[in-house]
Design a protein. Structure first.
Length: 103
């Protein structure tokens, strides 16, 4: 897994990709972290975390991909300045960080 920096504009849709080596025991998740705030679980496997995320956030998120092929992506619709931060794809014990900057 490789780290990346992305730059996007408000109002757009962005796809954060997380390719990984697939095994039958893989658990994959997307976490979000903003400076000074504890990390938040956004999604795990095929499920968006509706327990701790506000409807304003989870209604703009979707996860998709072919897990058997090692493909796990997070879509964020209608990007907002508040979406800026660090997105981390965690696959079992490996992780990849994407830092998103919104302008």
């Amino acid at each position: 897994l490789l780290d990346a920096d992305l730059l996007t504009f408000t109002g757009t849709t962005i796809k954060l990709m997380c390719p990984y080596k697939a095994t039958s025991s893989n658990r994959v998740r997307w976490d979000y972290k903003k400076e000074g705030v504890p990390a938040v679980l956004l999604a795990e496997n095929d499920f968006i975390n509706k327990i701790t995320l506000s409807p304003e956030v989870y209604n703009r998120l979707s996860v998709y991909g072919n897990h058997a092929a090692g493909d796990y992506n997070l879509n964020i619709n209608d990007i907002r300045k508040s979406d800026e931060g660090e997105y981390q794809c965690v696959v079992s014990s490996n992780e990849m960080t994407i830092i998103l900057t919104v302008i």
